[in-house]
Design a protein around this ligand. Structure first.
Ligand SMILES: *Cc1c(COP(=O)(O)O)cnc(C)c1O
Length: 358
Protein backbone atom coordinates (compact mmCIF):
# COMPACT_ATOMS: atom_id res chain seq x y z
CA UNK A 1 0.00 0.00 0.00
CA UNK A 2 1.39 3.43 -0.85
CA UNK A 3 1.74 5.75 2.12
CA UNK A 4 -1.11 8.22 2.42
CA UNK A 5 0.20 11.72 1.86
CA UNK A 6 -0.09 13.37 5.27
CA UNK A 7 0.33 17.01 4.26
CA UNK A 8 3.10 19.18 5.54
CA UNK A 9 1.77 19.88 9.04
CA UNK A 10 1.99 16.17 9.88
CA UNK A 11 5.35 15.78 8.13
CA UNK A 12 7.01 18.74 9.86
CA UNK A 13 4.85 19.17 12.98
CA UNK A 14 7.72 19.72 15.48
CA UNK A 15 8.86 22.77 13.50
CA UNK A 16 5.44 24.42 13.18
CA UNK A 17 3.39 26.60 15.57
CA UNK A 18 0.59 24.01 16.01
CA UNK A 19 -0.51 22.08 19.07
CA UNK A 20 -2.25 18.68 19.37
CA UNK A 21 -5.58 20.51 19.60
CA UNK A 22 -5.11 22.54 16.39
CA UNK A 23 -7.61 21.38 13.74
CA UNK A 24 -5.46 20.44 10.72
CA UNK A 25 -6.83 21.87 7.47
CA UNK A 26 -4.97 20.08 4.69
CA UNK A 27 -5.24 19.20 1.02
CA UNK A 28 -2.14 16.97 1.21
CA UNK A 29 0.17 19.79 0.09
CA UNK A 30 3.96 19.66 0.02
CA UNK A 31 6.54 16.96 -0.74
CA UNK A 32 6.57 18.25 -4.33
CA UNK A 33 8.99 16.78 -6.88
CA UNK A 34 12.65 17.82 -6.92
CA UNK A 35 13.75 16.95 -10.45
CA UNK A 36 17.28 16.87 -11.85
CA UNK A 37 17.26 18.98 -15.04
CA UNK A 38 20.37 18.08 -17.06
CA UNK A 39 18.77 18.69 -20.48
CA UNK A 40 17.72 22.21 -19.52
CA UNK A 41 21.15 22.94 -18.07
CA UNK A 42 22.80 21.80 -21.32
CA UNK A 43 20.38 23.74 -23.53
CA UNK A 44 20.96 26.99 -21.60
CA UNK A 45 24.70 26.31 -21.13
CA UNK A 46 24.47 26.41 -17.34
CA UNK A 47 27.68 24.97 -15.85
CA UNK A 48 25.83 23.71 -12.76
CA UNK A 49 24.04 20.64 -11.45
CA UNK A 50 20.51 21.95 -11.91
CA UNK A 51 17.37 20.84 -10.06
CA UNK A 52 13.76 22.02 -10.36
CA UNK A 53 11.54 22.16 -7.26
CA UNK A 54 8.11 21.78 -8.86
CA UNK A 55 5.80 23.76 -6.58
CA UNK A 56 3.06 23.82 -9.22
CA UNK A 57 2.40 20.25 -8.08
CA UNK A 58 0.77 21.57 -4.89
CA UNK A 59 -3.03 21.15 -4.64
CA UNK A 60 -4.01 24.57 -6.00
CA UNK A 61 -1.01 24.80 -8.32
CA UNK A 62 1.37 27.03 -6.35
CA UNK A 63 3.59 27.07 -3.25
CA UNK A 64 1.03 29.32 -1.52
CA UNK A 65 -0.64 26.13 -0.22
CA UNK A 66 2.29 25.59 2.16
CA UNK A 67 1.55 28.75 4.07
CA UNK A 68 -2.19 28.42 3.76
CA UNK A 69 -2.51 25.01 5.46
CA UNK A 70 -0.86 26.50 8.56
CA UNK A 71 -2.54 29.93 8.44
CA UNK A 72 -6.06 28.57 7.89
CA UNK A 73 -5.67 25.83 10.51
CA UNK A 74 -4.67 28.46 13.08
CA UNK A 75 -7.42 30.87 11.92
CA UNK A 76 -9.98 28.10 12.44
CA UNK A 77 -8.57 27.31 15.87
CA UNK A 78 -8.75 31.01 16.82
CA UNK A 79 -12.44 31.16 15.92
CA UNK A 80 -12.25 33.22 12.71
CA UNK A 81 -15.27 33.00 10.41
CA UNK A 82 -13.55 34.31 7.32
CA UNK A 83 -10.06 34.72 5.88
CA UNK A 84 -9.12 37.77 3.80
CA UNK A 85 -6.19 38.52 1.55
CA UNK A 86 -4.94 40.80 -1.18
CA UNK A 87 -3.65 38.82 -4.09
CA UNK A 88 -2.01 38.84 -7.50
CA UNK A 89 -3.90 35.54 -7.96
CA UNK A 90 -2.33 32.49 -6.37
CA UNK A 91 -2.83 33.55 -2.77
CA UNK A 92 -6.56 33.98 -3.41
CA UNK A 93 -6.92 30.57 -5.06
CA UNK A 94 -5.10 28.95 -2.17
CA UNK A 95 -6.97 30.89 0.54
CA UNK A 96 -10.26 29.97 -1.14
CA UNK A 97 -9.41 26.27 -1.27
CA UNK A 98 -8.29 25.97 2.36
CA UNK A 99 -11.19 28.13 3.55
CA UNK A 100 -13.63 25.84 1.71
CA UNK A 101 -11.99 22.82 3.30
CA UNK A 102 -12.35 24.44 6.74
CA UNK A 103 -15.90 25.72 6.23
CA UNK A 104 -14.79 29.37 6.33
CA UNK A 105 -15.57 32.20 3.92
CA UNK A 106 -12.68 33.57 1.85
CA UNK A 107 -12.70 37.21 0.77
CA UNK A 108 -10.06 38.41 -1.68
CA UNK A 109 -9.12 41.87 -2.84
CA UNK A 110 -7.44 41.95 -6.23
CA UNK A 111 -5.82 44.80 -8.15
CA UNK A 112 -8.00 46.07 -10.97
CA UNK A 113 -7.35 44.28 -14.27
CA UNK A 114 -4.01 42.85 -13.18
CA UNK A 115 -4.79 39.25 -12.22
CA UNK A 116 -4.42 36.33 -14.65
CA UNK A 117 -7.95 35.16 -15.48
CA UNK A 118 -7.30 31.51 -14.70
CA UNK A 119 -6.41 32.30 -11.12
CA UNK A 120 -9.45 34.49 -10.58
CA UNK A 121 -11.76 31.82 -12.00
CA UNK A 122 -10.13 29.28 -9.70
CA UNK A 123 -10.75 31.39 -6.59
CA UNK A 124 -14.39 31.99 -7.56
CA UNK A 125 -15.03 28.27 -8.21
CA UNK A 126 -13.52 27.57 -4.80
CA UNK A 127 -16.11 29.83 -3.19
CA UNK A 128 -14.21 33.07 -2.64
CA UNK A 129 -15.94 36.44 -2.68
CA UNK A 130 -13.89 38.79 -4.84
CA UNK A 131 -13.55 42.56 -4.62
CA UNK A 132 -11.65 44.33 -7.39
CA UNK A 133 -9.86 47.35 -5.97
CA UNK A 134 -9.32 50.40 -8.13
CA UNK A 135 -5.60 50.36 -7.43
CA UNK A 136 -2.58 48.06 -7.62
CA UNK A 137 -1.58 45.13 -5.41
CA UNK A 138 0.12 47.37 -2.88
CA UNK A 139 -3.11 49.36 -2.44
CA UNK A 140 -5.12 46.15 -1.98
CA UNK A 141 -2.67 44.92 0.65
CA UNK A 142 -2.89 48.21 2.56
CA UNK A 143 -6.68 47.83 2.66
CA UNK A 144 -6.76 44.25 3.96
CA UNK A 145 -4.14 45.06 6.60
CA UNK A 146 -6.29 47.91 7.84
CA UNK A 147 -9.37 45.65 7.79
CA UNK A 148 -7.64 43.01 9.90
CA UNK A 149 -6.21 45.56 12.33
CA UNK A 150 -9.62 47.14 12.96
CA UNK A 151 -10.70 43.88 14.72
CA UNK A 152 -14.38 44.70 14.10
CA UNK A 153 -15.02 41.58 12.04
CA UNK A 154 -14.24 37.89 12.88
CA UNK A 155 -11.71 37.69 10.06
CA UNK A 156 -8.09 36.61 9.78
CA UNK A 157 -5.57 38.11 7.37
CA UNK A 158 -3.79 35.36 5.41
CA UNK A 159 -1.32 37.39 3.37
CA UNK A 160 2.32 36.56 3.97
CA UNK A 161 2.50 39.39 6.53
CA UNK A 162 0.68 36.78 8.67
CA UNK A 163 3.70 34.99 10.23
CA UNK A 164 1.90 31.62 10.08
CA UNK A 165 2.17 31.76 6.28
CA UNK A 166 5.95 31.96 6.37
CA UNK A 167 6.08 29.20 8.98
CA UNK A 168 4.34 26.89 6.50
CA UNK A 169 6.37 28.10 3.55
CA UNK A 170 9.70 27.43 5.26
CA UNK A 171 8.97 23.68 4.94
CA UNK A 172 9.99 23.95 1.28
CA UNK A 173 13.57 24.54 2.47
CA UNK A 174 13.31 21.44 4.70
CA UNK A 175 12.08 19.39 1.74
CA UNK A 176 14.88 20.51 -0.58
CA UNK A 177 17.44 19.35 2.04
CA UNK A 178 15.58 16.10 2.77
CA UNK A 179 15.15 15.25 -0.91
CA UNK A 180 18.71 16.18 -1.90
CA UNK A 181 20.31 14.53 1.15
CA UNK A 182 21.77 17.89 2.20
CA UNK A 183 21.56 21.56 1.30
CA UNK A 184 22.16 22.71 -2.29
CA UNK A 185 24.97 25.20 -2.91
CA UNK A 186 22.42 27.73 -4.15
CA UNK A 187 18.67 28.14 -4.38
CA UNK A 188 17.10 30.44 -6.98
CA UNK A 189 13.58 31.85 -6.79
CA UNK A 190 11.30 34.68 -7.92
CA UNK A 191 10.80 37.56 -5.50
CA UNK A 192 7.53 39.50 -5.42
CA UNK A 193 6.18 40.38 -2.00
CA UNK A 194 9.35 38.62 -0.70
CA UNK A 195 7.63 36.32 1.77
CA UNK A 196 8.98 33.21 0.09
CA UNK A 197 12.67 34.16 0.06
CA UNK A 198 12.27 35.16 3.72
CA UNK A 199 10.65 31.81 4.50
CA UNK A 200 13.31 29.75 2.68
CA UNK A 201 16.07 31.51 4.60
CA UNK A 202 14.23 30.88 7.86
CA UNK A 203 13.85 27.20 6.95
CA UNK A 204 17.50 26.66 6.05
CA UNK A 205 18.68 28.46 9.20
CA UNK A 206 16.33 26.40 11.33
CA UNK A 207 17.58 23.12 9.85
CA UNK A 208 21.16 24.28 10.48
CA UNK A 209 20.39 25.24 14.09
CA UNK A 210 19.03 21.71 14.67
CA UNK A 211 22.22 20.26 13.20
CA UNK A 212 20.33 18.73 10.26
CA UNK A 213 22.50 20.55 7.69
CA UNK A 214 26.07 21.69 8.10
CA UNK A 215 26.14 24.69 5.77
CA UNK A 216 23.70 27.19 4.33
CA UNK A 217 22.96 27.73 0.64
CA UNK A 218 23.30 31.08 -1.12
CA UNK A 219 19.89 32.51 -2.05
CA UNK A 220 19.55 33.93 -5.57
CA UNK A 221 16.42 36.09 -5.83
CA UNK A 222 15.09 37.49 -9.10
CA UNK A 223 12.69 40.32 -9.89
CA UNK A 224 11.30 41.42 -13.26
CA UNK A 225 12.99 44.54 -14.64
CA UNK A 226 9.72 46.50 -14.53
CA UNK A 227 9.03 45.46 -10.93
CA UNK A 228 12.42 45.39 -9.23
CA UNK A 229 12.21 47.54 -6.09
CA UNK A 230 14.72 45.40 -4.17
CA UNK A 231 17.27 45.70 -6.96
CA UNK A 232 16.79 49.46 -7.34
CA UNK A 233 16.57 50.06 -3.58
CA UNK A 234 13.33 52.06 -3.79
CA UNK A 235 9.64 51.13 -4.20
CA UNK A 236 8.26 51.07 -7.76
CA UNK A 237 5.02 53.03 -8.09
CA UNK A 238 3.65 51.34 -11.22
CA UNK A 239 5.18 47.85 -11.47
CA UNK A 240 4.87 46.20 -14.89
CA UNK A 241 5.80 42.69 -16.05
CA UNK A 242 4.40 39.70 -17.91
CA UNK A 243 5.04 37.74 -14.69
CA UNK A 244 1.83 38.78 -12.90
CA UNK A 245 2.62 36.84 -9.70
CA UNK A 246 5.57 39.13 -9.01
CA UNK A 247 4.13 42.42 -10.29
CA UNK A 248 4.70 44.09 -6.91
CA UNK A 249 6.28 47.46 -6.31
CA UNK A 250 6.55 47.61 -2.52
CA UNK A 251 7.31 44.16 -1.03
CA UNK A 252 5.90 43.58 2.47
CA UNK A 253 8.90 41.44 3.47
CA UNK A 254 11.49 43.90 2.14
CA UNK A 255 13.84 43.51 5.11
CA UNK A 256 13.51 39.73 5.14
CA UNK A 257 14.63 39.60 1.53
CA UNK A 258 17.65 41.84 2.07
CA UNK A 259 18.64 39.81 5.13
CA UNK A 260 18.30 36.54 3.19
CA UNK A 261 20.46 37.94 0.39
CA UNK A 262 23.18 39.41 2.61
CA UNK A 263 23.39 36.72 5.29
CA UNK A 264 23.50 33.95 2.68
CA UNK A 265 26.02 35.79 0.50
CA UNK A 266 23.60 35.65 -2.44
CA UNK A 267 22.17 38.20 -4.87
CA UNK A 268 18.88 39.80 -5.90
CA UNK A 269 18.95 40.69 -9.60
CA UNK A 270 16.58 41.93 -12.29
CA UNK A 271 15.63 39.94 -15.40
CA UNK A 272 13.80 41.16 -18.52
CA UNK A 273 10.38 39.88 -19.61
CA UNK A 274 11.99 38.56 -22.80
CA UNK A 275 14.42 36.43 -20.80
CA UNK A 276 11.58 35.23 -18.56
CA UNK A 277 9.49 34.04 -21.52
CA UNK A 278 12.49 32.34 -23.13
CA UNK A 279 13.09 30.36 -19.93
CA UNK A 280 9.33 29.66 -19.63
CA UNK A 281 9.42 27.91 -23.00
CA UNK A 282 12.77 26.17 -22.43
CA UNK A 283 11.78 24.61 -19.09
CA UNK A 284 8.67 23.08 -20.65
CA UNK A 285 10.31 21.95 -23.89
CA UNK A 286 13.51 20.57 -22.31
CA UNK A 287 12.20 18.98 -19.12
CA UNK A 288 8.44 18.53 -19.53
CA UNK A 289 7.61 20.92 -16.69
CA UNK A 290 5.11 23.65 -17.50
CA UNK A 291 5.36 26.53 -15.02
CA UNK A 292 3.96 30.05 -15.01
CA UNK A 293 6.09 33.00 -16.21
CA UNK A 294 6.93 34.26 -12.69
CA UNK A 295 8.36 30.83 -11.84
CA UNK A 296 10.54 30.75 -14.95
CA UNK A 297 12.44 33.79 -13.72
CA UNK A 298 14.41 31.51 -11.37
CA UNK A 299 15.89 29.71 -14.39
CA UNK A 300 16.16 32.92 -16.45
CA UNK A 301 18.07 34.52 -13.59
CA UNK A 302 20.48 31.61 -13.23
CA UNK A 303 21.08 31.76 -17.01
CA UNK A 304 21.84 35.47 -16.75
CA UNK A 305 24.28 34.92 -13.88
CA UNK A 306 25.92 32.11 -15.86
CA UNK A 307 26.51 34.48 -18.81
CA UNK A 308 28.17 36.90 -16.37
CA UNK A 309 30.52 34.14 -15.17
CA UNK A 310 28.97 33.92 -11.70
CA UNK A 311 29.36 30.14 -11.33
CA UNK A 312 32.67 28.34 -10.87
CA UNK A 313 31.12 25.17 -12.30
CA UNK A 314 29.57 22.07 -10.72
CA UNK A 315 27.56 23.84 -8.01
CA UNK A 316 24.20 22.27 -7.13
CA UNK A 317 21.54 24.85 -7.90
CA UNK A 318 17.84 24.38 -7.11
CA UNK A 319 15.43 26.57 -9.10
CA UNK A 320 12.06 26.92 -7.40
CA UNK A 321 9.21 26.75 -9.94
CA UNK A 322 6.60 28.45 -7.82
CA UNK A 323 3.40 27.93 -9.86
CA UNK A 324 1.82 25.80 -12.60
CA UNK A 325 1.78 26.90 -16.25
CA UNK A 326 -1.99 26.52 -16.57
CA UNK A 327 -2.43 29.21 -13.90
CA UNK A 328 -1.97 31.85 -16.59
CA UNK A 329 -3.98 30.61 -19.58
CA UNK A 330 -3.76 33.93 -21.45
CA UNK A 331 0.03 33.71 -21.48
CA UNK A 332 -0.11 29.98 -22.20
CA UNK A 333 -2.31 30.54 -25.27
CA UNK A 334 -0.45 33.60 -26.57
CA UNK A 335 1.73 32.78 -29.56
CA UNK A 336 0.66 29.13 -29.78
CA UNK A 337 0.23 28.33 -33.51
CA UNK A 338 -2.85 26.54 -34.83
CA UNK A 339 -2.19 22.79 -35.20
CA UNK A 340 -1.39 21.46 -38.67
CA UNK A 341 -4.54 20.04 -40.30
CA UNK A 342 -4.31 16.62 -41.98
CA UNK A 343 -6.86 14.56 -43.91
CA UNK A 344 -8.26 11.39 -42.30
CA UNK A 345 -5.71 9.19 -44.12
CA UNK A 346 -2.80 7.17 -42.77
CA UNK A 347 -0.49 8.21 -45.61
CA UNK A 348 -1.09 11.92 -44.89
CA UNK A 349 -0.41 11.47 -41.16
CA UNK A 350 2.69 9.43 -41.99
CA UNK A 351 3.96 12.16 -44.29
CA UNK A 352 3.32 14.90 -41.70
CA UNK A 353 5.16 12.83 -39.07
CA UNK A 354 8.14 12.38 -41.35
CA UNK A 355 8.33 16.15 -41.61
CA UNK A 356 8.19 16.55 -37.84
CA UNK A 357 10.88 13.96 -37.10
CA UNK A 358 13.25 15.09 -39.86
C1 LIG B 1 3.34 34.51 -4.80
C2 LIG B 1 4.15 34.04 -5.95
C3 LIG B 1 5.47 34.48 -6.15
C4 LIG B 1 6.13 35.51 -5.29
O1 LIG B 1 6.36 35.08 -3.97
P1 LIG B 1 6.60 36.17 -2.82
O2 LIG B 1 6.56 35.42 -1.57
O3 LIG B 1 5.49 37.17 -2.96
O4 LIG B 1 7.92 36.81 -3.10
C5 LIG B 1 6.19 33.94 -7.20
N1 LIG B 1 5.63 33.06 -8.05
C6 LIG B 1 4.37 32.62 -7.90
C7 LIG B 1 3.82 31.65 -8.86
C8 LIG B 1 3.59 33.10 -6.84
O5 LIG B 1 2.33 32.67 -6.72
Amino acid sequence: MPERSPGLIERYRPYLPVTPSTPVVTLAEGWTPLLPAPRLARALELPVELYLKVEGANPTGSFKDRGMTVAVSLALEAGARAVVCASTGNTSASAAAYAARAGLQAVVLIPRGAVARGKLAQAVHLGARVLEVEGNFDAALRLVRALAESERLPIRLVNSVNPHRLQGQKTAAFEVCDQLGGPPDMLALPVGNAGNITAYWMGFQEYASHGLIERLPKLLGFQAEGAAPLVRGVPVAAPETVATAIRIGHPASWEGAIKARDQSGGVIEAVSDGEILQAYRAIAAQEGVFCEPASAISVAGVAKLARQGYFRGGETVVCVLTGHGLKDPDQAVAGVPEPQVVPDELSAVMEALEGMLA
